[in-house]
Design a protein around this ligand. Structure first.
Ligand SMILES: *[C@@H]1O[C@H](CO)[C@@H](O)[C@H](O)[C@H]1NC(C)=O
Ligand SMILES: *[C@@H]1O[C@H](CO)[C@@H](O)[C@H](O)[C@H]1NC(C)=O
Ligand SMILES: *[C@@H]1O[C@H](CO)[C@@H](O)[C@H](O)[C@H]1NC(C)=O
Ligand SMILES: *[C@@H]1O[C@H](CO)[C@@H](O)[C@H](O)[C@H]1NC(C)=O
Ligand SMILES: *[C@@H]1O[C@H](CO)[C@@H](O)[C@H](O)[C@H]1NC(C)=O
Ligand SMILES: *[C@@H]1O[C@H](CO)[C@@H](O)[C@H](O)[C@H]1NC(C)=O
Ligand SMILES: *[C@@H]1O[C@H](CO)[C@@H](O)[C@H](O)[C@H]1NC(C)=O
Ligand SMILES: *[C@@H]1O[C@H](CO)[C@@H](O)[C@H](O)[C@H]1NC(C)=O
Length: 742
């Protein structure tokens, strides 16, 4: 009988006017709604609630064939958002203990004696139902792996943290898990998989959260595919070609529920993403796929245009949502299958090259898969093709990011498909596609200041197409014109607003319109300059220091925001989240002193500065930072210098705020000249450039007074640089967006 009933329904809907659902039943207390199709069949009502509330019983209703709304018997209302309730804090306590926690509630944590706290002391319940900050963990550091913690709202099974120990997680009832429900303590003292979180179904990631976590994870993938880097093991070095080092697959849902407007937005997101990618120092190959009942390639990886961003954008632009007309199911399996097929072709073409290529998949979906097989089976096949196994450490070669949009997505499904990597997020759930667009715009605005600092090209890699600015994209040339003189300094780009330089370059009375800044060939003016509040050249005259350079640091606010490109990029500053990414130190427990230990590990650390030999001819100069005993001899030598003999305590001149380079033992370091002032002292870590000091002053100026040419370095010649590890407090105050750490 069943088929007959169905048939009669369909017949009814064709013959008679559609039944109309009751418009009186859709009102929502305290909230608003929008409705499509005026209450006709399949008309959809979307609810919105004020911040900190969510629509109950659902975010939307649909008018069904039977003339009734979904959930029609339940009156819609906006309910207060809750954050998950904690069960226990292992080795510690939390307060207050309540049954429910609402927006604005603060949880405070304490660890028992003998246990150290990692993560925040307090966490606040946010308007989207998530607790602020990372997990709080109390650990005695006795395990082989650190305590992996228990997310709020979960129970953890297993408390042995030995090698190969396993812990399992379960979210409390009503909560959904993102991340790994099982983690294993690995040989490298880390836990496998991604940290789990538990959230209510009404919790969405905000554009700001997505921008931050997605760009962080993505820049990790980009950074490690630097074309200048030699891939392969030590004996068998393979220099990979410049292009095609990364395959990026953009997979767009074109099912019925998406609709033409949202599809257009999805195209826009893809375009913005590709445009921005093309400003980086690598050339990815794109595969773009739209899918509904079937998957259709918009751009195939094997197309010869697939490495040309603008061509790819053009093809996306010309693609029509209507291509999927009448076949508008959600076949996520087919979409991933299409990705797999494109990869297979590459594999057949040159397996060696394919296995050296990273793959990034961006999947956008607004619903559950309702046809085709289980998409996770296809993920497995992709992993097999890439030869990723639990043991062979090839996880780097695949990142699957899943963006679930709207309340029809299945949390389990999107989490199952997405990659799971420690310290990174690959599963995102957002309210709608406009939030995703906002996230992408936001990400592209801040990502490069925060996570993508310290990138540059090797001079040898420039070739014919390169521009010399790409080698020193963060160098700023500052010229201050005064009545009779002109002062020239260098500086470094540290954010889209600020150039960091030395305070002594400026006089308090300098007029802003007389300050010119040149970066990457572009001209800027100063909107304002800020000298470190403790910089006071005359402040130590009572200690016989005629001119003190202590706190010789300044920030210049530019008159317009910098648009980052290959020619202009920020350098990394110590103790910021960008540097944590560059150094691959992403744990919660990472501190400023971890950065210092990594960047300045010995008594004589390699560093470099940039010198302008002739106008616009910038060159690297390699020096050494003297620490410990070598710093003491730097101070003793400085004291011997005739100009400083009258200073009783040399530490009044060379305070602990200076890094010392120079000298002639055990090796002659090139010295800085006058115009170098304010420029960065840089440590190169792998392929990233991190500024550790600002060139301030030197004992002897042996540079030619007229030509500025570097002459031979005399004995007792040392240079001093404002130590940025000591300047965090002020920099943090001026540029909180760089996320300085303790
Ligand atoms: C409903 O929407 C209107 C106009 O967009 C707005 O002014 C009003 O504050 C909203 N009401 C609620 C309860 O969100
Ligand atoms: C609802 O359906 C009726 C009959 O099919 C049609 O005349 C009307 O335009 C529809 N209303 C909307 C808003 O689509
Ligand atoms: C945590 O909250 C308590 C009380 O609300 C406050 O006294 C304390 O300073 C907070 N601690 C931190 C680290 O914010
Ligand atoms: C994408 O959307 C933005 C803002 O809505 C618009 O300014 C831009 O022109 C669009 N881009 C494309 C390529 O359509
Ligand atoms: C897209 O659809 C529009 C209208 O249906 C049509 O005019 C246009 O030619 C289509 N474009 C492509 C590339 O098929
Ligand atoms: C395959 O790619 C590798 C790495 O790019 C290259 O060295 C090799 O010559 C290629 N082999 C063929 C047959 O093209
Ligand atoms: C896959 O990885 C394993 C372990 O690293 C290696 O032995 C094997 O040769 C790889 N297979 C291919 C096809 O590269
Ligand atoms: C510092 O000042 C003292 C006293 O004014 C003067 O004798 C000395 O030459 C000055 N030293 C330098 C290096 O300018």
């Amino acid at each position: 009988m069943l088929p007959l009933i169905l048939l009669s329904h369909i017949a009814l809907s064709i013959a008679a006017p559609s039944p109309v659902c009751d418009l009186d039943k859709i009102a929502i207390a305290n909230g608003n709604y929008t409705m499509s199709n005026g209450g006709n069949v399949s008309s959809k009502v979307e609810y919105t609630c004020p911040e900190g509330m969510y629509p109950y019983p659902a975010f939307s209703r649909e008018c069904q064939y039977n003339g009734r709304w979904t959930d029609e018997n339940v009156k819609a209302l906006c309910k207060a958002v809750q954050c998950p309730s904690p069960t226990i804090l292992e080795n510690g306590a939390f307060s207050p203990v309540k049954r429910k926690y609402f927006t604005g509630d603060v949880l405070e944590f304490q660890c028992y004696g003998g246990f150290t706290m990692f993560g925040p002391e307090n966490r606040t319940c946010q308007a989207n139902g998530k607790w602020s900050g990372d997990n709080t963990i109390c650990d005695d550091l006795e395990g082989y792996c650190p305590n992996p913690g228990t997310p709020i709202g979960a129970s953890k099974y297993g408390s042995s943290y030995k090698i190969e120990s396993k812990v399992k997680y379960e979210c409390n009832s009503g909560l959904r898990m993102y991340g790994s429900n099982e983690r294993i303590c690995m040989e490298n003292k880390r836990w496998s998989g991604a940290e789990p979180t538990c959230r209510y179904p009404y919790t969405y990631d905000t554009p700001k959260e997505v921008a931050k976590t997605f760009s962080a994870s993505l820049s990790e993938a980009i950074e490690s595919s630097n074309p200048d880097k030699v891939v392969g093991d030590a004996d068998r070095k393979i220099q990979v070609e410049k292009d095609g080092l990364m395959n990026i697959f953009i997979v767009i849902d074109a099912s019925k529920s998406v609709g033409p407007e949202n599809f257009k937005t999805a195209k826009n997101i893809s375009q913005v993403f590709i445009e921005k990618m093309s400003s980086f120092d690598f050339v990815p190959r794109y595969g773009v796929i739209s899918y509904a009942t079937v998957a259709k390639p918009i751009v195939a990886l094997s197309d010869h245009e697939s490495t040309e961003g603008y061509k790819v954008i053009e093809k996306i632009n010309n693609y029509n949502y209507s291509e999927h007309a009448d076949k508008q199911g959600t076949n996520t399996w087919a979409a991933l299958r299409a990705v797999h097929n494109m990869m297979s072709l590459e594999h057949v073409r040159n397996a060696t090259k394919f296995l050296l290529t990273k793959n990034v998949i961006l999947l956008m979906t607004d619903g559950k898969f309702n046809m085709g097989g289980d998409p996770t089976g296809e993920v497995k096949r992709i992993r097999e093709l890439l030869n990723i196994t639990k043991v062979n450490k090839r996880e780097d070669f695949l990142d699957i990011y899943v963006f679930g949009l709207g309340n029809d997505v299945s949390d389990i499904e999107i989490n199952d498909i997405a990659s799971k990597k420690a310290g990174e997020t690959h599963t995102f759930k957002m309210g709608n596609i406009n939030d995703m667009k906002e996230a992408f715009y936001k990400m592209l605005e801040d990502s490069q200041t925060i996570q993508m600092c310290g990138l540059a090209r090797e001079p040898e890699s420039l070739g014919n197409d390169g521009n010399k600015h790409e080698v020193f994209p963060w160098i700023a040339k500052i010229t201050i014109t005064r009545k009779k003189t002109e002062e020239k300094c260098k500086g470094s780009v540290v954010s889209s607003d600020f150039v960091l330089t030395a305070a002594h370059c400026f006089h308090p009375e300098d007029e802003l319109h007389n300050i010119n800044i040149k970066i990457g060939g572009d001209h800027f003016k100063a909107e304002q300059f800020y000298r470190h509040p403790k910089y006071n050249p005359a402040g130590k005259q009572n200690k016989n220091v005629n001119r003190s350079f202590d706190y010789d640091l300044a920030l210049v606010l530019l008159n317009k925001k910098i648009e980052f490109s290959r020619k202009i990029r920020p350098i990394c500053l110590p103790c910021t989240s960008g540097t944590s990414w560059a150094l691959k130190q992403r744990g919660k427990a990472v501190t400023c002193s971890d950065h210092e230990k990594t960047l300045l590990p010995s008594e004589w650390d390699k560093a470099m500065f940039v010198a302008e030999e002739n106008t616009d001819d910038l060159r690297w100069k390699h020096v050494h930072i003297r620490r410990g005993g070598k710093r003491r001899s730097c101070l003793e030598d400085t004291k011997k210098y005739k100009n400083f003999k009258h200073i009783l305590d040399i530490k009044d001149l060379v305070t602990d705020n200076f890094l010392c380079t120079g000298g002639t033992q055990p090796k002659v370091d090139p010295q800085t000249c006058k115009g170098d002032s304010g420029g960065p002292l840089i440590v190169k870590y792998k392929q990233r450039f991190i500024q550790v000091g600002v060139i301030s002053w030197g004992t002897i100026n042996s540079c030619d007074k007229k030509t500025g040419k570097r002459l031979s370095v005399p004995e007792l010649s040392y240079d001093f640089h404002t130590d940025l590890f000591q300047m965090g407090d002020w920099l943090k105050e001026e540029m909180p967006e760089l996320e300085f750490m303790a």
